[in-house]
Design a protein around this ligand. Structure first.
Ligand code: ADP
Length: 540
């Protein structure tokens, strides 16, 4: 097969191997440097650096071993690598017991691992119990194992890996979401690395007696190192983007450098240098811009979080202030009423007028404070509703009557339209739904200076009741319509001219949504507005 021959050719090619080693080394050392310097005191970072470095010795040693031309030298290198592999897994074991969380470990267990690892390493390097020697093969040098020694060696490594994985699995359910994501990354890296090694460095050598394809097992270490570094470094998902861009840029540069080193003609050199010169500043620019973007996003996240906290504190303040204001205002109302009722004797007409005004103003304040308290109660789900079946038409008729005098005084054509035969039974809190309808009607009357205000109850379809207030008032621009149902929002044209708080529509929205309905408006500046809400019709 052509593909196999080509692959075999590549695997045997010392230059291809050297190039891969250079990429793996550069990348891994860069990661180790980044992780180690990010927090020198973190034990997880220390063990990460340790296991990655030992892995690198393994990967580089494997290369030297496979391409050795001197068997004695190869035997020595082979033994060093096998001892190094033991320490790779020991440091990995320690790393996993510190990451994603610090696990409670037994000092005895750690001691056992260290002592047995040291003993086995000594056996590997200084005796022929594990490795007897090396031999030349078609594809390079192979180690020659002592059968029993190999078994002991594999069992030791398998036990280390097994207990590392066992620890991880046992810990997993107790991790929080971010730690779980980190653990998953590690699992993923370990799975790739361990399966590649099981197949190419354990299964194939045992079944076919050769370590041909050792590259796949060894070089896959870089995936584990990368994913582990990734897991450590990402506090947030956003940082993934920066790391990915850095990796990509670095990969492009390294590839280009390798191409440059392998250039066969001066023209090649010229082209490769040219491409490199162009791509280096571009790479820097790319990484910088992604970094800036991510930093801005992180800044934004922080600010949003801060705003949310401030919002909560503001709500608390409003709620406490409203609560504290209500009692004195109710007292004022009580005392003024007593004076008006003649409890302190006869008072002049003029004083009565003034006191009347004071009561009206005070009532408005009480209403406003009540609104603010209602809002915080609804928002925090503390408001208890007295739900019951009622005819919306009746509620609307009452509210309509309440505003009739005021509308007529303003000279408005004020009409009520209840669809004939309309069954308008809804399941709501009576006082609250009255509040909403009367808010819509009072707004229409308040903001309309001339023309008509029509209040209607309709059944647009068999499952819905619709309440509508159509006026020929000032209308609201599309931009302002979007903000209308927000807390404290009032249209520009009304601020300072008409009395109001900008809370009515916000409360209406909260209430109607609680009752399972929807609400909205359509309006055109200068022509008028239609405010509506719809509730599910209860069939009786
Ligand atoms: P308030 O009336 O106390 O200001 P609302 O929440 O009821 O508070 O109304 C918010 C704003 O919406 C009002 O200040 C007003 O600018 C605008 N608005 C409400 N209803 C109408 C309407 N029918 N026509 C024009 N503008 C309206």
């Amino acid at each position: 097969m052509v593909a196999t021959t080509f692959l075999d050719g590549l695997l045997l090619d010392i230059r291809a191997n050297l190039a891969t080693i250079v990429i793996v080394d550069t990348f891994a050392i860069w990661l180790i440097h980044k992780i180690y310097t990010s927090d020198k005191t973190a034990k997880a970072n220390l063990f990460f650096s340790a296991f990655s470095l030992v892995f690198l010795v393994w990967v580089n040693g494997g290369f030297v071993f496979a391409f050795s031309t001197d068997l004695k030298f190869a035997e020595f290198i082979g033994k060093v690598i096998l001892a190094d592999v033991i320490w790779s897994f020991i440091f990995l074991y320690f790393f996993l017991s510190h990451f994603p969380t610090e696990r409670g470990r037994s000092a005895k267990g750690d001691f056992l691992v260290l002592v047995s690892g040291s003993l086995l390493s000594l056996l590997v390097i200084f005796t022929d119990e594990i490795v007897k020697g090396s031999r030349f093969t078609q594809w390079g040098v192979d180690p020659v194992y002592a059968e029993q020694g190999r078994l002991i060696y594999y069992i030791y490594i398998a036990t280390l890996i097994g207990s590392s994985l066992f620890q991880m699995l046992r810990e997993y359910p107790r991790l929080n979401a971010v730690q779980k994501r980190k653990a998953q990354l590690l699992f993923f890296g370990l799975t790739i690395f361990l399966s590649a090694n099981l197949v190419f460095n354990v299964y194939l050598p045992i079944s076919s007696g050769s370590i041909k394809y050792w590259q796949f097992g060894n070089y896959s270490a870089v995936i584990l190192i990368f994913l582990a570094a990734f897991a450590i470094a990402t506090r947030q998902l956003l940082e993934v983007k920066v790391v990915a861009t850095e990796v990509l840029t670095l990969a492009i540069w390294v590839t280009l450098v390798i191409r440059l080193l392998g250039s066969s003609s001066s023209f090649d050199v010229f082209v490769n240098v040219g491409v490199l010169v162009i791509l280096i500043p571009f790479g820097i620019l790319l990484v910088k811009s992604v970094k800036t973007e991510v930093e801005q996003r992180q800044e934004l996240q922080k600010l949003t979080q801060k705003l949310r906290e401030l919002d909560v504190r503001k709500d608390e303040f409003v709620s406490v202030a409203a609560h504290e204001l209500r009692a004195p205002m109710t007292a004022i109302k009580g005392y003024i009423s007593m004076i008006l009722d003649g409890d302190v004797g006869e008072i002049p007409e003029k004083a009565k007028d003034f006191l009347g005004e004071a009561i009206t103003a005070n009532d408005r304040l009480i209403r406003m404070v009540n609104n603010m308290l209602d809002i915080s109660r609804i928002e925090e789900n503390r408001l208890v509703f007295e739900m019951g079946l009622m005819d919306l038409s009746e509620v609307v008729t009452t509210a309509y009557r309440e505003y009739k005098v005021q509308a007529e005084q303003k000279g408005l054509d004020f009409r009520l339209h209840i669809e004939e035969g309309a069954k308008a039974m809804v399941n709501v809190d009576k006082d609250r739904i009255y509040e909403v309808t009367s808010n819509f009607i009072s707004n229409a009357v308040k903001y309309t200076d001339k023309g008509t205000v029509v209040v209607s109850v309709l059944t647009p379809n068999p499952t819905t009741v619709r309440f509508e207030v159509v006026d020929t008032g000032p209308g609201i621009s599309p931009e302002e319509q979007k903000k209308l149902f927000q807390k404290f929002y009032r249209t520009e044209s009304n601020i300072g001219k008409k009395l109001g708080t900008g809370l009515g529509l916000y409360i209406s929205k909260l209430l109607i949504e609680r009752f399972g309905g929807r609400l909205g408006l359509s309006s055109e500046k200068g022509k008028g507005s239609m405010f509506w809400f719809e509730l599910p019709l209860v069939l009786t």
